[in-house]
Ligand binder design. Sequence first.
Ligand code: DC
Length: 233
Amino acid sequence: MRKLTIAIDGPAGSGKSTVARQVAGLLGYLYLDSGAMYRALALKALDCGMALDGESALATLARETHIELKPPSPEQAAAGVKNRVFLDVREVTSEIRTERVAEAASRIAAIAAVRQVLVAEQQRAGAGGGVVMEGRDIGTVVFPRAELKIFLEASPEIRAERRWKEHQEKGESFTLAQVVEEVRERDRRDRERQVSPLVRAADAVLVDNSAMDAEETARLIVLLAREREKEIV
Ligand code: DC
């Protein structure tokens, strides 16, 4: 049976990473987190003290940077790691999971020339099929011919609550109100930017998982994938 390319897009806190990782595990596919690439590049820009709106300098940085995603070891997977992330030769898997880096990633992701470089990398990484890639523009720009496209949604309040719980688990003391505000701001930036804004592809299946947990959502997507696999043999 031919293996599919599955694109999962959606806003922050829609559960994309957990769901996409589980779908890939259930299907025996490769999981790729495109947001991790924006985060890794943002971390490098921050470390270099670069201005986050310096378009040509950031595009040059993107071209000179090697970012690689690898599957986690069983121990890392058990600890919740979904992709190992390497920035040049340094592992930055946990370093990129901070609010400071998320915020910087959302800024550099608005730059067309940066996206061009990272989109090409993502297309190379997923070229063989048998992949589940998650992000904001996977079904619209990176893999517009993906055989299965999912747009994951949940209400802003539910998404903020999920993010807030993640912060709590990491011992970070944000209030729920602060996280609601941060989620709204990131939504606004991701949806309103000029280049590749977060939009649902016309042929994407809309899955609102406000009332579903990640496992239920993943099972639903696997059912859709099995149907598609049969259709395209
Ligand atoms: O999914 P995430 O929170 O790790 O993504 C970090 C930022 O990167 C997010 O604000 C939007 C951006 N991003 C993007 O613009 N396009 C993608 N395909 C993935 C992420």
